[in-house]
Design a protein around this ligand. Structure first.
Ligand code: PEP
Ligand code: MN
Length: 265
């Protein structure tokens, strides 16, 4: 049956494993989890809940790009081990950021998708090197990057297993952390044919805006969402103010599914 909202307007999909493909005609991918990984049991609880409510990928930062050197920088290699173990126990694929060329092998050993963060979108040596390991890559938009510059970054990776992630761009209004550029979704999909997902968490920086912006992203044809969520959002070590509860995440997933199943009359 035809749908009001096509599941996706990308035409190429990225294969993650036997049971997960992102983009193309597949249902929107839901990547969720804490901003940073800092406790094994917390991560396991979160991942089990994500699995129960229909989430598809576990996110969690091991290496955190922080503005201040005195802020929590992530548990690094130990967090990668936690992510790998939780992934084995729950069968959820993992996405996590790689910030440094010297950590690529370790990240690739424990993660199914390697994330290039907004601050590193212009880091051409890192892009070239991460492209060599041939694993799927989540390429975030630089917070001041034009679409041309974003596509330029993708070309440095040198292969097509790339998922773009719109995460907001810096603008003059400070009601939101960044400004979500939803028009970038169909533009990138038509320019590259590759999947484009949306991160409403870093785009808005506000819990109460995650649900409406998630639904808007799916209505705009996004191939999925990347959302900061936790069983205890208030006590997360980083970005707690924009981290949603599992109840809210569940409602978002239900509404995304509903949006994707509304038939044309
Ligand atoms: C993140 O997703 O953990 C993150 C740091 O986001 P960004 O690179 O978009 O700021
Ligand atoms: Mn964060």
């Amino acid at each position: 049956m035809n749908q009001i909202f096509t599941y996706s307007k990308s035409s190429k999909s990225v294969v993650i494993n036997d049971s997960l493909r992102i983009g193309g005609k597949n249902r929107p991918v839901i990547m969720a989890g804490p901003c940073s990984v800092w406790d094994f049991n917390r991560l396991l609880d979160i991942a089990e809940r994500i699995k129960d409510i229909g989430g598809t990928v576990l996110r969690g930062g091991a290496f955190k790009p922080r503005t201040k050197i005195t802020d929590f920088q992530g548990l690094g290699l130990q967090a990668l081990q936690f992510l790998g173990k939780v992934s084995d126990q729950t069968n959820l694929p993992v996405v996590t950021e790689v910030m440094d060329i010297k950590h690529i092998d370790a990240v690739a050993m424990h993660a199914d998708i390697l994330q290039i963060g907004s601050r590193n979108m212009y880091n051409y040596p890192l892009l070239r090197e991460v492209g060599m390991c041939k694993k799927p890559i989540l390429l975030k938009r630089g917070f001041s990057a034009t679409i041309e510059e974003w596509i330029g970054a993708y070309e440095y990776i040198g292969h097509d297993k790339v998922i773009f992630c719109e995460r907001g761009i810096r603008s003059f209004d400070h009601n939101t952390r960044n400004t979500l550029d939803l028009a970038a979704v169909p533009i990138l999909q038509s320019r590259t044919a590759l999947p484009v997902i949306v991160d409403p968490s870093h785009a808005t920086g506000r819990r109460e805006l995650i649900e409406p912006m998630s639904l808007a992203a799916i209505a705009a044809g996004a191939d999925g969402l990347l959302i900061e969520a936790s069983t205890q959002p208030d006590s997360e070590k980083t970005d707690s103010f924009q981290t949603i509860s599992m109840e809210t995440l569940q409602r978002i997933i239900q509404r995304v599914n509903l949006l994707c199943s509304i038939p044309l009359q």
